[in-house]
Design a protein around this ligand. Structure first.
Ligand code: BGC
Ligand code: BGC
Length: 614
């Protein structure tokens, strides 16, 4: 009966064998998967609706922490690691034991996490023109993300912000695509440097100290009409390719593991259903081989009102080439909808297999199958001193000196460290939350001393000579100022934290009491204004009253970076990466435009020499 018996060969689980070639592992694993298991891989849900049982029972492929979604207020890194490991054990206990990947908005350091190092937002990093520095920030961020057991960041945002009225302009390195391209060096920082013989477009993540990155938001997020978030980007194909697309060439070339789709539309078509750009351009022309992820409930937002026809949204978005859907919360509905669409041939199995292969490719490449769990010893990287020193350096290089002295021959900066008495004023002088901006601890950020860091006030106190008296009054009256004999004043004010649509602003004025503080102080005495904002704001009416003006953007937790430069330990070097307009009716106005008539042009920035022998 030789003909009809088969030898009971042991089933060799090739996918579990790290010595097997990548494609062999992928093929072996996908060949074993049921539709239910495949669909699960395509789902990402927030940690708040996850449990180890949910991970196991629904084969959930990925988790996220949305803005402010944390295991507990002020949770320690150990608490984070234990949480992620528990979810991961749920995934590992499934039939095939496919590990999940966990994403978080580590957009300026691991910024949801209490006591993490908070780096300057991208708007400041573009000013540095220093890709090597930005790469180091990526590496430090990767370690701080790993310190919480997490292996995936929704960063970098490679938006090319063409209009500062956009609430996310602070997430954009520059209005100039070339600067954004240079700053994609953060990707090899986060993921590791692609090997010389590495293949173009293939995702690359170099082991346990690195994380998967996500270039976002594909594509044209920074070009929406009137800077309205999630709006329509009206531009021809040539314009799209020359302004908004270029950073993706670099991201793909550098092995970015994932790309996140934008909520915005291109010429009236929601990006979440743009088969032309996602499958046609990104996958077929650029040969991107990592996975494409939707934005948070991004497929819901394909209809107006959102979620009006979810089945249609699933069909269009997965059909367009989205591989993993950031579902958010309601995984039942997504799983049922996608399963129905496949079973009834609305979505071909080949599309599902393409999606799942891409997700598995990233997971294999990063060594997740071999090292799915995180050791508690990783916790030590969170907020470590080396990272804070690096952030401080980045702050120094991200400042732009816009004015220095009422006349050129009488510069106000650097400031003397030794004076009898100086004034520090303003809503942002003693406020970590304000200096960090959005995406810090909470989704929108938060005012107040919300995490560890050094405020400008405490940085001033430690920078000056011990004999210098530092007086801090948040919003001093002219009488108070005149009745004191201050040598000079440092006014620190600006925008309050915001993110996404809550940051959209059609007038771009500095909120009160900022302007009042500036005028009360600067009209009464010698002052330097340190402006903290996520973008250029209306400043022209006040500039003539000021002796000096520094654009500090959103510097993050290390306030000494500001005083290092104010007091001349280091020189000012930063150059504007976003045009500083005069009035909002000029907007949009970018370098190269025919109507270009800025207050301070793109590339502007005064310099100072470090004071010798400090
Ligand atoms: C934002 C993304 C972010 C995601 C997850 C969305 O609302 O647009 O940038 O990565 O939420 O928090
Ligand atoms: C989440 C954010 C997300 C936003 C999208 C919030 O509930 O916490 O991460 O960006 O929703 O609208």
């Amino acid at each position: 009966m030789w003909c009809c018996t088969t030898m009971a060969e042991p089933d060799v689980m090739k996918y579990k064998d790290p010595t097997q070639p990548l494609n062999v592992r992928i093929k072996d694993l996908i060949g074993r998967m049921t539709l239910q298991e495949k669909v699960g891989q395509m789902v990402q849900i927030d940690r708040s609706v996850a449990t180890p049982d949910v991970m196991r029972n629904y084969f959930i492929g990925s988790l996220l922490s949305g803005g402010g979604s944390v295991p507990a207020k002020e949770a320690s890194p150990e608490t984070w690691i234990n949480m992620v490991n528990d979810f991961q054990r749920g995934s590992l206990s499934t039939r095939l034991g496919i590990p999940m990947i966990y994403g978080i908005d580590a957009v300026h350091g691991n910024s949801n996490v209490f006591n993490a190092t908070i780096f300057p937002h991208n708007v400041g990093l573009g000013v540095t023109r220093d890709p090597e520095l930005v790469k180091k920030i990526g590496a430090a961020t990767a370690l701080e993300v790993r310190a919480t057991g997490i292996n995936y960041a929704f960063a970098p945002c490679v938006a090319v912000c063409r209009d500062p009225r956009w609430g996310r302009c602070f997430e954009s390195f520059s209005e100039d695509p070339n600067i954004v391209r240079e700053m994609t060096e953060i990707i090899p920082g986060l993921q590791g440097e692609i090997p010389i013989d590495g293949r173009k477009g293939v995702p690359f993540v170099d082991g346990q100290t690195k994380i998967a990155a996500s270039a976002k938001h594909f594509v044209g997020d920074g070009g929406t009409t009137r800077g309205i978030n999630e709006n329509d980007t009206v531009i021809d194909f040539h314009g799209l390719l020359s302004i908004h697309m270029p950073p993706y060439y670099d991201a793909v070339r550098k092995g970015v593991a994932t790309i996140m789709v934008s909520y915005s539309s291109w010429n009236g078509v929601k990006m979440h259903r743009s088969k032309e750009l996602i499958t046609g351009f990104l996958k077929n022309i650029l040969k991107f081989r990592g996975f494409v992820i939707s934005d948070f409930q991004g497929i819901d937002k394909m209809t107006d009102p959102p979620h009006a026809n979810y089945t249609w949204s699933i069909q269009e978005s997965v059909g367009a080439g989205i591989d993993m859907v950031m579902v958010g919360y309601n995984y039942f509905e997504f799983i049922d909808g996608l399963t129905y669409l496949v079973n009834n041939n609305y979505i071909p199995m080949s599309r599902i297999d393409d999606a799942v292969k891409r997700i598995l490719r990233v997971k294999f490449v990063m060594g997740l199958f071999e090292n799915p769990l995180t050791d508690l010893s990783m916790a030590k990287y969170l907020g470590e001193q080396d990272h804070r020193d690096l952030a401080r350096e980045a702050v120094r290089k991200s400042l732009v000196l816009l004015k220095n002295g009422k006349s050129v021959d009488q510069p106000m900066l650097p400031l003397p460290k030794k004076s009898t008495k100086i004034l520090v004023a303003g809503t942002h002088a003693d406020n970590i939350g304000n200096q960090c901006g959005g995406w810090t601890i909470e989704w929108h950020g938060e005012s107040g001393n919300i995490t560890k860091g050094t405020t400008i006030l405490s940085a001033v106190k430690s920078a000056v000579d011990p004999t210098t008296e530092v007086v801090y009054v948040e919003n001093p009256t002219p009488d108070f100022i005149k009745s004191n004999n201050f040598a000079y004043a440092i006014v620190v004010t600006g925008e309050y934290p915001y993110s996404e649509s809550s940051g959209d602003n059609q007038n771009l004025t500095i909120p009160e009491p900022g302007p009042t503080t500036i005028m009360n102080v600067c009209e009464s005495m010698k002052c330097v204004v340190v402006l903290m904002s996520g973008r250029p704001v209306v400043i022209e009416p006040y500039v003539s009253s000021m002796d000096a003006l520094v654009a500090a953007w959103l510097p993050g937790s290390e306030g000494q970076g500001v005083t290092d430069v104010l007091f001349g330990d280091y020189g000012f070097t930063g150059k504007l990466a976003h045009t500083w307009f005069k009035t909002v009716d000029q907007l949009p106005m970018n370098v190269g435009d025919p109507h270009y008539d800025p207050l301070y042009p793109f590339g502007y920035g005064l310099t100072t020499e470090p004071t010798k022998g400090f």
